[in-house]
Design a binder for this molecule. Structure first.
Ligand code: MN3
Length: 200
């Protein structure tokens, strides 16, 4: 099954002023498209052509670096667009997810501080996450195109800390970008859906 780039689930200017039209045009149309194009070229004759995207990410890790990097980033970005929405973020979190954040992550304020710290301290390019494993939430960070998938966990929220995700809007101020993501962009309804599916 070939990789495909779906359109953004909102207009390019819908996330302003926290993430600009210019950032989304470059990030979605150029960067994500390149992962799809390169991933499809590397998928040919890899022996993994018939697998799901999740299976390709897990099976290529440590074995086929080129395919892993592009398939991993395709997986991460497919979710990243869904993890944001206009007027998102903040504390209006669906009940079951809020309870899990309270019990597993020490509450909203500690989640926010730890998630921003994970993204800030990821040296170089990568991602910060909330992952679910054995029904419990944890904060994680990974380099490059890796994700909690390769650790046997399920990512339910992730933020891209590659410079292409924030440099146009925030220059080098990665912590300001992460704060805006948490306060104003997170699509908690989507995170809650993934949590419900992963915690079953
Ligand atoms: Mn990116």
């Amino acid at each position: 099954m070939a990789f495909e780039l779906p359109p953004l689930p909102y207009a390019y200017d819908a996330l302003g002023p926290f993430m600009s039209k210019e950032t989304l045009e470059f990030h979605h149309d150029k960067h994500h498209q390149a992962y799809v194009t390169n991933g499809n070229n590397l998928l040919k004759d890899s022996g993994l052509e018939g697998q799901s995207l999740e299976e390709i990410v897990k099976a290529s890790y440590g074995k086929n670096a080129g395919l892993f990097n592009n398939a991993g980033q395709h997986y991460n970005h497919l979710h990243f667009w869904q993890w944001m929405k206009p007027n998102g973020g903040g504390k209006s979190i669906p009940g079951d997810l809020q309870k899990a954040i309270d019990s597993d992550l020490g509450g909203y304020d500690k989640f926010k501080a730890d998630f921003i710290a994970a993204g800030t301290t990821q040296f170089g390019s990568g991602w910060a996450w909330i992952a679910v494993k054995d029904g419990k939430l944890s904060i994680d960070k990974t380099p490059n195109g890796e994700s909690p998938l390769i650790k046997g966990a399920t990512p339910i929220l992730g933020v891209d800390v590659w410079e292409h995700s924030y440099y146009i809007d925030y220059r080098n101020a990665r912590p300001k970008y992460l704060e805006a993501f948490v306060d104003s962009l997170i699509n908690w309804d989507h995170v809650a859906e993934l949590y419900a599916a992963a915690a079953k």
